[in-house]
Design a protein around this ligand. Sequence first.
Ligand code: URA
Length: 475
Amino acid sequence: MRRVTLKPGADLDGFRRAVRALAAAGVAPEEVAWTSEGDDLFGDAVPADLPAEAPPLSLPRELGQTIAEVVPHSDPERYGLLYGVIWRVTHGERAALQVASDPIVHRLDQMRKAVRRDIHKMHAYVRFRKVEGASPERFVAWFEPEHFILEVAAPFFEERFRSMLWTIVTPIGSVAWDGSRMSFGPPGTKRDAPGVDGFEAGWTDYYESTFNPARANPKLMRQHMAKKYWHNMPEAAAIPRLVRSASSRVEAMLDREASVPNKRAPEGALAAMLDQAPASLEELNAIIRSAGPLVPGATQAVVGEGPEGAGIAFVGEQPGDEEDLMGRPFVGPAGRLVDGALGEAGIERRDVYLTNAVKHFKFEQRGKRRIHSKPTAGEVSHYRWWLMRELDLVRPKLVVALGGTAVLALTGKSIPITRARGPAELLDGRRGFITVHPSYLLRLPDEKAKRSAYEAFVGDLVRVRELGGAGALAA
Ligand code: URA
């Protein structure tokens, strides 16, 4: 019997090294005992009588993916089960993983799903609390995952909370972001995270302000938010009260609908923190409207316009001066150019959805004029969560990125339009099409160049119509 000792937690590297050595030496699964360091402090991933470095195995891609996803599971049998399947795949049963009725394959699949669920829960339920008196401001969250998911779940927080200094403490380890890099540390206890504070109170306020009483369904809420996590979540304390007062709040909400609130509310990042996907465009738009602009000055938020279910969605940069005053997208000079080009391409404006990557007008005041000022990458990422939820709700077959800011918002990358123009895959696997921003056409100084650039733009829109089935409502 060979004893393989891996590090506690998800030791993917150790597992890979051990598998290579065992497979190279022809050691069958039933001859291996898998343990973690906690059980045996003196072992090594590769048994002493086997070569420390063996060549990698050639495994089907989905098996590689399954290994990476199952290793973080907390079941101590996971390594043995995985090695069993690897053995079968490398000994004539290449498609072993495709046999869904196989009990081992089924069990591995259940583990994968459990790990994914756990990651999702961590993303949704981690709640940061401000460390009292810390300078610079720091936040700590406590979370209890069921599996060893800390390392795989952490990049999400890096991406979302870049501008905060934070630590997430769990019983299996901790992860901290210092503003420029993430580092992993030892486990902690619940006492390492501060208790209720002003930040939490603000959060609860925010939850209350975005809580949709018309959708109050306590059973569903319990299903989505397992009770186990409630004690970590300040807003959970408000739920029973909110549910009790739901019907009177529905009426109040309907009354309020007509008057647009313009109070300063938490930022997009905070909405993202809550990860509470709105159920309708109206609900999403209400959240966007209630959040003030990142940069002061805008009259109002300009939300998207067009039918939910439109086959094509166009995403521009940000509202301009006229859009800001009217509260509608693409109604200024660039919008008029778009209207003309859509018409020439055989697309009805009323059939498509038009929106912007950034929902507020950012400008520089020069005398009486408000001069458009380009949003920064940080501002674009601030609004991205909203844009993505918007597209989830509209469900277009094709999303058209108009210009560089939209490309950044929809792909997460800064790519020159000249290189990217045409069909493209966007974030979350959305089908996209990249073309120029209409303002670029307006700025071209030379009439001839302007004409030919405009014709090329109309040509793009004709392709867009073909790809997106303009006017056709998504199934
Ligand atoms: N108007 C908008 O609404 N968006 C743009 O990107 C430009 C003008």
